[in-house]
Each structure stands twice: as C-alpha cells, then as structure tokens.
Write a protein that binds this ligand. Structure first.
Ligand SMILES: [Zn+2]
Length: 113
C-alpha cells in the first residue's frame, strides 16, 4: 500500500465526536458526523468573548461532514451526484410507465372506433 493509501486508511468516523470541527468550529450535534483525519494539530484555543476564558482547544484534526463535503466538491467530487441520478431515473421510469398506460388506453379507444 502506498504512503497515501496507508494514510487514507487511517481516516475514520470520529468516535467519540469532538466538541468542534477543526475547520469551521461548528459544535457537534446529534446528527452531524465528523471525520477523524488522524492528525495532531495546534489549532489554538476557543475563548469566550469578553472574559477571554478558554472554552476549548483543538488539538486533533476532526472535520464535520459539511466541511468534508465542501472540500470534496472543491475537488470536483460530487457526493450527491449518485442520489440525483437515482432520483432522475426513478422519475423517468414513472413517466415511462404513465405513457405506456396512456398509450394502451389510446390504442383501445382507436380499436373501438
Ligand atoms: Zn466543519
């Protein structure tokens, strides 16, 4: 396995979730997934406005799924493309079935005249 392959193989869903995304600083909620990029960083401290009290520090590279999706789209990878194609295919199949049914009815009407 290449050095890059080994590195990517170490990426995983963050468990437990970090308190914040290392890129956008969004807080972890119940539904947002995070990716653990297995890298130590020194992103600095999150301090409270006014008091300057340290709330948190970010020492590991965990990115929220929004940041990962945005980064992928920056590289022209389209995470939603498969879902879009599937939806369009289903719409086309439904329209085809409707047209077949209408064609069947029209043929019956023409045949009756
Ligand atoms: Zn983020």
């Amino acid at each position: 396995m290449s050095a890059i392959g080994e590195r990517v193989a170490r990426f995983k869903i963050s468990d437990p979730k970090p308190a914040r995304c290392a890129a956008c600083f969004c807080s972890a909620d119940a539904t947002t997934r995070f990716v653990d990029l297995d890298a130590h960083i020194d992103r600095g401290a999150i301090v409270e406005d006014g008091s300057g009290a340290v709330i948190d520090s970010i020492d590991e590279l965990h990115l929220c799924e929004n940041c990962v999706n945005n980064a992928a789209e920056t590289l022209d990878y389209k995470p939603g493309l498969h879902q879009t194609h599937l939806r369009l295919n289903r719409e086309l199949m439904r329209e085809r079935d409707e047209l077949r049914q209408e064609n069947r009815i029209l043929r019956q009407l023409v045949g009756e005249q």
